[in-house]
Design a binder for this molecule. Sequence first.
Ligand SMILES: *Cc1c(COP(=O)(O)O)cnc(C)c1O
Length: 463
Amino acid sequence: MALHEKNAVRGFFKEAVYASSDLTISAPKYKFPGAEMDPRHAYAIVSDEMLLDGNSRQNLATFCQTWVEPEVHQIMDLTIDKNMIDKDEYPQTAEIENRCVHMLADLWNSPDASNTIGCSTTGSSEAAMLGGLALKWQWRNRRKKEGKDTSKPNIITGAVQICWHKFARYFDVEIRELPLSPDKLTLNPDDVAAACDENTIGVVPTFGVTFTCMYEDVKAISDRLDKLQKEKGLDIPMHVDAASGGFIAPFVNPEIVWDFRIPRVKSINGSGHKYGLSPLGVGWVIWRDRTDLPEDLIFYVDYLGGNMPTFALNFSRPGGQIITQYYNFIRLGRSGYKKVQEAALGHAQYIADEIEKLGMFTLFYNGRGGLPGASWKMKDGIKPGFTLYDLADRLRMRGWQVPAYPLPAHMQDVVIQRILVRHGFSRDMATLFINDVKREIEYFKNHPVSSSATQKESGGYHH
Ligand SMILES: *Cc1c(COP(=O)(O)O)cnc(C)c1O
């Protein structure tokens, strides 16, 4: 084949990408393609398709980090080949993971941070599975020793994130999810004690409830469980789901006692990719003490000629998210994290205050005393001509994702709208958002979509 013909087959590298044969037809979608494509063409197709996804910086629905420093991008690029399970090949990645475990044990006030054990995970969901499994194994070992039945384990929670329902179903544990009520928006210690029995593997308070942004009172629940132990001899351990709060309260409200300062707290999970400020794909679970993680759940892998304990559901996993977690820890330190989280809280409070001034909403959470977010519902009895779902739709037209959703079981008739603020959001973005809310309310005045004061009961979504 003559050279010019070969070039014709491959496509001239000077060829205008959008006039090429690859981009003037529809891209392969469901059938495995037969032939190669110029990487510039494939890149254009793939990156253009991403334009149709939402703009993550305007996604006020997610707790997950959507902005990172340029150095984090560089580190992610640098570490794209690192497999965190391969401790022998990448001993420094393993070392850095270990340092993060110890730093978190220190941050969460482990009494003996050097004797702690823990690991990175893909997120809080995997971390919750591991924490739950350890509770189940501990309970079962104890029951076996006592010669008692081990067939009916249960776990006690408040309005939990879906990962605890997954844990319960995948690992055959009954979940006793104590419902919300208007006067009990967080787990009530007496209700927790009443739900416990000899088959309870543990109690899981959420430190930063996804639906409400509030912190459950871990200390009060623990105190009540102390009383239960005196009364009935039941010694119930706790795991704290601190997916979001674990990276907020230690910096902003160090006086809140929710962590390993409470002896009953045996393990804690947190999402590195939420307020830990790392890119998507990292969570953490830390045990109070080595003895809180049953030996028979641990596997050993080769590590510099020695053995390293691992406990994880995955095998191969990217190392970059873990390494950038370490970058964030040393880059920001306690004072840096405090500044970042206080900025987010300030913007959330600003939005809450502005929403309240509009006069038609009642704040459900005002951005104070919990996670950097705000939520509101329609004032009782008003007929504004739109629902919160309608408002969410209109805001979506400007790119804002602000979910409206019903509260969980027993309070489903309350529909709230929630925003979350993360690092990467500015006061100016907050004012742009509020201006858009005002504009859309104005729009509904002229174009009412519903005269009903009550909200639709379904169609909400949240994360
Ligand atoms: C987000 C969240 C989870 C799940 O965490 P992922 O990191 O998304 O897997 C679990 N619990 C709570 C309280 C959460 O906010």
